[in-house]
Design a protein around this ligand. Structure first.
Ligand code: GLN
Length: 496
């Protein structure tokens, strides 16, 4: 800690360099997010396989189509919940408590999954959605709050944080092995134990966070603040009543919702929310001309991002099944779990992130703009699926097909994920910074939905076609985005 204790968080943070030159509080958030991602990716690696493997193995024995739709709903909802989760923290409880509540809900969710029975399975997924929605956006917001305005360490603070995310994402190494080789339920519990470690760590080292996440930020106009809270409460009530009514009606046999119809319903909701959000930001009252233009640029980037994640996030859905069914996983006579492919992406992230950080600095003035990098990202993710087309109709294929696919995808990720997050925070009006994070996660949510849907076609569509489509759509988007680089840069009005 700095000599001469000062009274404000900012001045404390400025002199606090105890975590690799960064405030000590960054370590607290780093490990919290690491354990949350440990739980998230551990559980995610199990879901498709647990749902599709035979009942005799203790799994659920569902068809790929049903499992893919449930997976699409769950993963899309997890990221969608970031929007209300961020709002709830900003206006009602503050980020500090929201992260704690989120962590507890996630741990409870994992332990529900660890218990037998379909009702607990779905209850567990529901808790994970709410918990992650409360934890994920708010822990990131707190990272930003550790640094005073204009502190040049902020961007590298986020890069260190991204390392924490990807170390956590190694969890399938343990969790998938437990699930596929020992017991599915024990594996979900293994995810839950990680989240508990994260919570304990967060509580014990919370004192290093200073003021970060402690304050609620009401709107300047108290009447407007009250109205907004009433509207939010109304929406929450409406959704809760709607869900309860659906459960009741289906228990009476009046309606027969299927996994497909429910996930399609969410797909429609995502499209409506997306259009409403951008319609408001471009045509709504109270924005300046520059803010509207920048919202236009965010729209272009958000569409690119949704398409990118729609392919990339198939790691957990169709590619997980490809690893399980089509890939030779024998090494020296031992068949390793399919879920072990889930830590290939984070491994490449850890290897490539320093290279890309160096590359952007090296390119200096020639560093491409965000839309140009997005276009490159889409080319790489397209390539990653294109190379899977030739082996996709075969069985027992070499694991290097998937490894190469993941390598190319992560090259794309490096051009899109950190770039997009930073561009969105700069493009959004300062008074809507948290909201910008929510829109970014909304584009991820749409991507997750698309990726889950792709998984639902794993058995019904020939794989060369499924992977071919997953390549062609990003390629088309890459070309369109390349054509839009100049106009988008204009819309960005000075932000690179
Ligand atoms: N892998 C990153 C994370 O888990 C990004 C995921 C995404 O936005 N689709 O946070």
């Amino acid at each position: 800690m700095a000599d001469g204790a000062t009274t404000t968080t900012n001045s404390i943070a400025q002199y606090d360099t105890r975590f690799f030159g960064h405030p000590r509080g960054l370590a607290t958030l780093f490990f919290t997010e690491m354990w949350e991602r440990y739980s998230f990716y551990g559980t995610r690696a199990l879901l498709m396989l647990y749902m599709t493997h035979a009942v005799a193995t203790g799994a659920l024995g569902m068809t790929d189509a049903k499992a893919g739709n449930i997976y699409a709903f769950y993963t899309a909802a997890v990221y969608l919940m970031s929007l209300p989760g961020g709002w709830f923290a900003d206006r009602i409880v503050g980020q500090r408590k929201a992260v704690l509540i989120g962590g507890i809900l996630i741990a409870c969710g994992d332990f529900c999954l660890a218990s037998p029975g379909i009702p607990l399975y779905f209850a567990g997924l529901g808790l994970l959605m709410f918990g992650t929605g409360l934890l994920k956006p708010n822990v990131s917001t707190m990272v930003g709050q550790l640094y005073p305005q204009g502190d040049r360490r902020r961007d590298s603070g986020f890069s260190i944080f991204y390392i924490g995310i990807n170390i956590g994402a190694f969890s399938p190494l343990l969790v998938s092995w437990v699930g596929e080789k020992v017991n599915w339920h024990l594996a979900f519990a293994t995810s839950g134990v990680g989240m508990i470690l994260g919570i304990v760590q967060y509580l014990v080292t919370g004192k290093y966070l200073g003021e970060a996440g402690l304050h609620v930020t009401p709107l300047d106009d108290p009447a407007k603040d009250r109205r907004q809270k009433r509207i939010a409460g109304g929406i929450a009530l409406l959704v809760a009543v709607g869900v309860a009514a659906m459960i009741f009606a289906s228990s009476k046999g009046w309606i027969q919702p299927t996994a497909e119809s429910i996930s399609n319903g969410l797909g429609v909701a995502l499209a409506v929310i997306f259009i409403a959000v951008f319609g408001w930001m471009i045509f709504g009252k109270g924005w300046s001309a520059i803010e509207r233009k920048r919202a236009g640029a965010m729209l272009v980037l958000a569409i690119g991002s949704a398409i990118f994640w729609g392919a990339y996030e198939q790691a957990g859905s169709s590619l997980n099944l490809f690893a399980d069914i089509n890939t030779n996983r024998h090494v020296f006579g031992y068949e390793f779990p399919a879920g072990w492919f889930q830590w290939v992406q984070p491994l490449f992230v850890l290897i490539l992130a320093p290279f890309f950080a160096w590359l952007w600095i090296k390119l200096g003035k020639r560093e491409p703009s965000s839309p140009a990098k997005f276009s490159v990202a889409l080319v790489f993710i397209g390539l990653s699926f294109l190379i899977l087309v030739p082996p996709s109709h075969r069985m027992g294929v070499s694991p290097n097909w998937l490894n190469t696919c993941y390598f190319l995808g992560v090259v794309g990720e490096m051009c899109l994920s950190p770039v997009g997050l930073s561009a969105f925070t700069k493009l959004a009006p300062a008074r809507a910074a948290g909201f910008a994070m929510g829109i970014w996660f909304l584009s991820t949510s749409i991507g997750e939905w698309l990726a889950g849907k792709a998984g639902s076609y794993f058995s019904s569509m020939p794989l060369p076609k499924l992977f071919g489509i997953s390549a062609v759509i990003p390629f088309i988007a890459a070309i369109l985005l390349a054509l839009l680089i100049r106009p988008t840069k204009k819309l960005m009005a000075g932000v690179s």
